[in-house]
Design a protein around this ligand. Sequence first.
Ligand code: PMP
Length: 380
Amino acid sequence: MLLKSKLPNVGTTIFSIMSSLAEQYNAINLSQGFPDYDCSPELVNLVDHYMKKGYNQYAPMPGLLSLRERLSDKQRKLHTSEYNPHTEITITAGGTQAIFTALASVIQPGDEVLIFDPAYDSYAPAVTVMGGIVKSIELNPPDYKINWQDVRKLINSKTRMIIINSPNNPTGIILDEEDMRELISITHNSDILLLSDEVYEHLVYDGNEHLSVSRYPELKERSFITASFGKLFHNTGWKVGYCLAPEWLMVEFRKVHQFLVFSVNTPVQYAISDFLKDEKNYLDLSTFFQIKKNFFSNLLKDTRFDLLPCFGSYFQSVQYARISDEKDTDLAIRLIKEFGVASIPVSAFYSKNTDHHVLRFCFAKKQETLEEAVYRLSKV
Ligand code: PMP
């Protein structure tokens, strides 16, 4: 039978390759973005409690109302932005489903979508599956600053969406007020939508602030914001997240959502709804990760890797000009095989696999894991 692949260029992701190599060589895995410590026992007990109480059937299609109300309150408190819990918030099966659903609900064949490379790897394939056309704008280390003149040059009547991700995976860069002003000016009087992936919103360091697009009315009215409880509460395996959008966009989002997953894990939604009552559970997150970031980066300073700036997310990138001039994928594989530490080569986040000789390490790990990893890296 003849089958024409919708994603002919997509193979096994670099995350699966690095993780399976890490396992094979018994390496410390700083490649994929997930913690190696457990989430709060209180949260686990809450899920257990709601399962035992019999909350085991379908949740409402848009998500549990009490959870949506908590999220609406959180948005108001942190960003002075209003989202109606009935019509403008939907609970999803993780951030990735929220991204896919947002794209599926608005991208028509031939629509162009601007993406900044290096980018989280789900954006481009999701656009392509919808028949959209990916227009990548490459950003360069060390600061990965967006040149908004380059963005303007790519905009035309087919441009339907711009995808942004701040704090950024993999770079750890955050967008600032000037970036937001540029976005407002570029999208003003246009039909361009925004997808703002804010899964790392609470992981911001050194006195910096996360600028959610929901703070800017001109951006909020045209934006899907996607988020992930897996990143917020250290349980990436639970796969629960959410999407915020103005009603005219959320109506379309929910049409797709109801036929993609219909609804999301019921006891986990009840548990998270209770857990969100204590705002310390998310406000303390940046201090928690700041300690890990400082610990990891201070140790790395004594190696021959050169640290790139990290203002947010739980990723620290490094350059290695003082070590070698080999390709980043080659060095990443060699680090696993010869030194027992797994990282991700950042070229994997560029659609053209552009290699700036940068590796990404995830520091959402126990102190002893980070210590042992850097001990091994110090021998490189
Ligand atoms: N966006 C970014 C930038 C991410 O790094 C991730 C997770 N790696 C996600 C979205 C997806 O989150 P989830 O696991 O909730 O699907």
